[in-house]
Design a binder for this molecule. Sequence first.
Ligand SMILES: *Cc1c(COP(=O)(O)O)cnc(C)c1O
Length: 462
Amino acid sequence: MMPILYYSTNRNLKNVAGITPFTGKVSFKDALLKGQAADEGLFMPDTIPQLFLKDIQNLKGRPYSETALLVARAFLADEFPLETIRQVVIDAYNYPVPLEEVKPKTYVMRLDQGPTASFKDFAARMMARLMSNCRPKGERLNILVATSGDTGSAVGEAFKGVAGIDVTILYPEMEVSNRQKKQLDTIGGNVQALSVAGKFDDCQNLVKQAFSDPDLVKFNLTSANSINFGRILPQIIYYVYAYAQLAGKDEPAVFSVPSGNFGDALGCEYARRMGLPVVKLVMPTNENDEFPVYLTTGIYKKVSPSRACISNAMNVGHPSNLARFFDLYGGIVDRVGQVHKYPDLEEMRRHIFSVSVTDEQTRATIKSVYEHYQVVLEQHGAVGWSGLVEYFKTAPEQKLAICLETAHPAKFPEEIQKLLGLTIPLPESMKNIDQRKGSAVSITGDYGDFKNYLQKNLKIKE
Ligand SMILES: *Cc1c(COP(=O)(O)O)cnc(C)c1O
């Protein structure tokens, strides 16, 4: 069998100012450590491995980590020993994945039981452990992350205690909430927060400068950004898991995935291409409607600036993973949202349904799902549910349907209290955050100051 290699979504971009297409291919390990191709394209596997339906069906009633092993080894077996992959998934997935029946044949999959109560834990935890396994021998990796809030703590928690890796998180001191600050400051161990006197953009610029500074090369600086293919792979797994647990023999399924940067939905797209019987991928967005508008009109125009909605993790005017969707359907779109070649729209419509959900509809959905079924959804999951309802208006035949709940309702106490009059207790994983101790190091927004900190504090050797 040929090993799977990774190419750039920009490889065929010709005559575009400022871009020299990267036409080569790299291993999974390189794609994981580099994060992004040199031409700013996103890495894509050149072959999509196939799963046998029978192997999927055999996972019924088995722990989540077994599904994770089946999917991960299909991609990684060329580059990692089977035992390593097994350890990675067992260590990463030590929390439950509830599948809650809302009404006959219709389920909510709760991806909110990880350390930061968000589905992003699934990707970040596996990526962290894979990175630990491909660091240069005897050396450490140093992860730098700039965050405006939640991403930083998901990454920090995911790498906490992972061998051979230290994490430095930069956040803008004036722009994070008290709760977010507490979460970021107190992770501890191999994770250190820096509170920067500046804005999020300043944090991002400091990190960018550090990556291109030759004096810092010895520290093996790496990013853990959301466009890394190492974060897409883990997001394939839960679709296969849900299907294995819930589907009857050869039964097709519909998944609804509340979407922002489209990384989560991309996992479902790959799962289908690996052989999972997905009849429709429903990708509802909030009022950032660039994608549903594209599917309807055939014309893509990013929303700029992005619209602020209550499902704030999905306030994205040009989804970064759209480049991967376009590529899979034969098109090219770049980082800034310029389309260089349109994909096969008919084919996309055959597999994908998308709709924009307003804040008003989102709130009404939270209320009605609770009133009808006593099921509590937060605003991201409610966008997902609303999308499912809209889809079944166009295809009313009863089918197995699974809606993803991507965050824990307790993360949004004000909204839930206002709409349902309920106080939802924090999940176990987040309960003692308020008692945790730890503090950030304060730095100015000046690069020299930041560099000085890194040179004094980062370690090179294990
Ligand atoms: C990030 C996020 C999303 C959107 O996922 P994408 O992969 O960016 O589409 C949805 N819900 C929550 C809670 C998130 O944090």
